[in-house]
Write a protein that binds this ligand. Structure first.
Ligand SMILES: [Zn+2]
Length: 319
């Protein structure tokens, strides 16, 4: 579903809410999100403002008596934005190859404040986080890049060179040949840090691990994995001679990410970088899913709320 389909199919909050209801209670049996009881009654109310959820339920369990709707206890919780704006925002974000800034969302959807649009975008990103994805397998390319700071010189040789005298952050990127991509924000480029990421994200059974010839990789992996490593010496070549091993595809993922971060997200705070990485990763990994809108919406309806205070207090790096 693209933005046009979404606008047609979900012209108002009523259709949106029905869709989420079907997702949450596919058997049609509405359950209380607090106690799990299915003895509930429907509350019909005439809402005076257009943004109030019209379909409310009351739990009939005497010790509970919770009032709830299909969006209670999900990422949509506490949002005053109409659901159809959430749906449109999602349709835009999931197809925006290079991402979209909160400011653009605010303009496109007529959202009152930058902060509201920013908070919404981060909640969509939150749903895109995948903490249970299996390790990378097959032929995997691994490379590092720097976010922030300015490289002194441009060009292939300097692409992954550390920016000088400026603050920057490191991201390790992994990409399976014809498969998924993964980005991990790391605190430093030390071998122990890289080793932790490799151990967690790369299947020891990979057929080949392609990296550049940075010396750190000589020490940052198990000797068994080292045997399957192919190193490209980027100062003199693009490909391991006599093979088709290279790190070009992970590098193109990096450049898409960077163009996105520079172009759309003028002020990416480093403490939120992890969530932006999840967004780029997710969008790439679902690119062939025809129904990625619904796939993502289902995740949004399946995760707990993210209060604003929690959002602005996220930790700095993963590894
Ligand atoms: Zn209840």
């Amino acid at each position: 579903m693209n933005l046009i389909d979404v606008t047609k199919q979900f012209p108002s909050d009523e259709e949106c809410l029905k869709y989420i209801e079907q997702m949450r209670w596919p058997d049609g049996k509405v359950r209380c999100p607090v106690c799990g009881n299915d003895r509930i009654s429907r509350i019909t109310r005439k809402s005076t403002t257009k943004n109030v959820r019209k379909s409310l339920y009351q739990c009939l369990e005497p010790t509970c008596k919770q009032q709830f709707s299909a969006t209670s206890g999900t990422i949509f919780n506490d949002s005053h934005l109409p659901l159809h704006k959430w749906f449109m925002a999602l349709a835009i974000v999931v197809d925006a190859k290079k991402g979209i800034s909160a400011n653009q969302l605010k303009e496109h959807l007529g959202i009152g404040s930058y902060r509201t649009a920013w908070y919404m975008a981060h909640r969509i990103r939150k749903a895109m986080e995948d903490n249970s994805a299996s390790p990378m397998t097959g032929v995997v390319e691994l490379d590092e890049t720097y976010i922030g700071g300015k490289a002194k010189r441009r060009g292939a040789k300097y692409r992954s060179q550390k920016p000088r005298n400026e603050k920057f952050d490191m991201v390790l990127g992994m990409r399976e040949r014809k498969g998924r991509v993964r980005f991990v924000h790391i605190a430093d480029g030390k071998k122990d840090t890289i080793r932790r990421v490799i151990d967690e994200h790369i299947d020891p059974e990979v057929t080949t691990l392609v990296t550049d010839s940075a010396a750190v990789y000589d020490f940052a992996m198990h000797p068994d994995l080292q045997k399957k490593r192919q190193a490209v010496n980027h100062t003199i070549q693009w490909i391991v001679p006599g093979t088709d091993f290279h790190t070009n595809t992970v590098e193109s993922s990096f450049s898409l990410l960077k163009r996105g971060l520079i172009g759309s997200f003028h002020r990416v705070s480093i403490k939120h970088l992890r969530r932006y990485l999840s967004e780029f990763e997710f969008r790439f990994n679902v690119r062939k899913d025809e129904d990625r809108f619904t796939t993502t919406l289902r995740r949004m309806a399946g995760i707990a709320p993210m209060p604003y205070v929690e959002l602005i207090a996220v930790p700095k790096t993963e590894a």
